[in-house]
Each structure stands twice: as C-alpha cells, then as structure tokens.
Design a protein. Structure first.
Length: 129
C-alpha cells in the first residue's frame, strides 16, 4: 500500500492537486492507524510532491500537525521538516499558517490540540441568529 500511495500522489499525470490534497487529509486523520503511516507521509515529503503547490504544502502541514499531536515521538521529525519547508515558502499564506502552527505548538499544546484536531463541520444554509 505504501508504495502505491506515494506513486499515485507523486505522479502528476494521474493525481490532480485536489486528489493529492484529499489523500493528505486522509493520511492526516488515519496514518497513525497503520504501521506504515509514518513511512507513507515521510516518503511523500521526500518525493517533494507536496512542495509543488501551496495547496499541497498547507495540506501536508496540517496532516503532519494532526499526526504529531496524536503520536509526537513518531512524527516530530517529519513535522519539523514540513515546518521548515513552509517557513521558507515564498507564499505568505503558507508561511503564516506554519508560523501560527509553530506558535501554537510551542506555547500551548492543549490549545493546539483543540484547534488543529477540531472536527470540521460542513457549512449549512441556516442563517446565523
């Protein structure tokens, strides 16, 4: 499975940015449930498929942060590498998101856990009251 996921995400002819973003979101939620999850994320980062677009880079950052908060020892190195990539990005949004995540993680891990691991609900058409 590991090599197939990396191959699919690394192949621009078979995987759009949306496909790769979705895969990173799934990995961010589930990679810690499989024994090869850390290797899959690490290989995706090493293959540099996430650094080709800002959208993929921010998805990779979020996935790594989510995994780090659940399994710190296993994902600390990977998160550090992705934070470095993001902080050196020319895209201000990518840089700023990395800076916010870094500040959250370095000052209040409980708050970071609440914010980063929060369930995201779909928007509704119900107006605010």
């Amino acid at each position: 499975m590991e090599s197939r996921v990396v191959e699919t995400c690394s192949n621009k002819s078979t995987a759009s940015d949306d496909c790769q973003t979705a895969m990173l979101a799934v990995l961010g939620d589930c990679a810690d449930l499989t024994p090869t999850g850390a290797h899959i994320i690490e290989r995706l980062i090493d293959s540099q498929c996430i650094s080709v677009s800002s959208k993929l880079l921010t998805s990779g950052l979020t996935a790594c942060c989510r995994l780090f908060l659940r399994c710190p020892a296993q994902y600390q190195h990977i998160l550090g590498h992705v934070l470095q990539l993001c902080m050196s990005s020319c895209d201000a949004d990518v840089h700023d998101k990395a800076a916010v995540y870094y500040l959250l993680l370095s000052t209040d891990v409980q708050l970071a856990t609440t914010v980063i691991l929060a369930d995201i609900t779909a928007p509704t058409d119900t107006p605010c009251s």
